[in-house]
Design a protein around this ligand. Structure first.
Ligand SMILES: [Zn+2]
Length: 267
């Protein structure tokens, strides 16, 4: 457990660390713009293992298990641009406002993260400047370019949730997360509920708020884009077959939504 350098990390990412932003299908023609804040579970080399055993670093506290496979396939099926973040949310949570508790979590579920204890200001800033900022700057740039090009843009923020949190089992297979948008979430809920085999959460297991979320409030709501988050239960997308089947299902549903929006001349 290498923590020696965790307190002084003004240079967080070095030449051997990959960049935080991952993109698929940047030239995609779809109105849907996909994001995945918790896509990866990398840790910058200088932070070692954050003082955690491998068993913790592969759990849901580190990333959204299964979402990378779903997001990649969905991007392909829809011909939609995907912007995703490769570093673990234990390093910095890219869906938390920078000053929110939990932005750099000291405890996640019941796990204390030793590498996040007592961080100096420059270490905190390095995580913001080198991981959080480039990711959100890229999403902003892409949205601005699309608006300049008069391209319709519907923001869909992809997440997955653990089937059991703090000992409580969650019954939903999938949930929508939203706050101010009144257009996309009802359509999405209607079509998901039409799937006979699904238990669908309406702002379950999480809801969106300005205090706890970043991507939807800042990139979706503040710009007036139609938007929704989606949460898929992790046991359903733990393997490639589950990821492929959920990507197929969501591609079909978003295809129907696109048809409805085009009929209403919204996109
Ligand atoms: Zn997530």
């Amino acid at each position: 457990m290498a923590l020696d350098s965790a307190g002084d990390t003004s240079l967080l990412l070095d030449n051997e660390d990959v960049l935080p932003v991952h993109e698929d299908n940047a030239a995609g023609s779809s109105p849907f713009l996909l994001t995945a804040d918790h896509y990866g579970r990398l840790i910058p080399r200088v932070l070692g293992d954050l003082g955690l055993p491998a068993s913790e670093l592969t759990r849901h506290i580190a990333w959204d298990i299964g979402i990378a496979g779903v997001a990649g396939a969905l991007s392909k099926h829809l011909d939609a641009h995907l912007i995703a973040q490769r570093y673990s949310r234990l390093v910095i949570d890219c869906n938390r406002p920078p000053r929110a508790p939990g932005s750099i979590p000291r405890i996640s579920e019941a796990t204390t993260i030793p590498g996040n204890e007592g961080l100096a200001r420059d270490a905190i800033e390095a995580r913001h400047k080198q991981i959080f900022d480039p990711y959100h700057r890229r999403i902003a740039e892409v949205i601005e370019q699309r608006l300049r090009d008069h391209r319709p843009t519907v923001l869909v923020s992809l997440h997955s949730f653990t089937p059991v949190y703090a000992g409580i089992a969650r019954p939903w297979h999938i949930g929508t997360l939203y706050h101010r948008d009144t257009k996309l979430p009802p359509l999405l809920l209607k079509l998901l509920r039409a799937e006979a085999d699904l238990v669908v959460g309406d702002n379950e297991p999480y809801a969106v708020s300005d205090e706890t979320d970043y991507t939807i409030p800042v990139h979706g709501e503040a710009r007036g884009l139609m938007n929704s988050g989606i949460e898929i239960r992790q046991d359903l997308i733990a393997d490639p077959a589950g990821q492929a089947s959920w990507a197929d299902r969501l591609a079909r549903i978003f295809g129907e939504i696109e048809t409805m929006l085009r009929a209403r001349r919204i996109v």
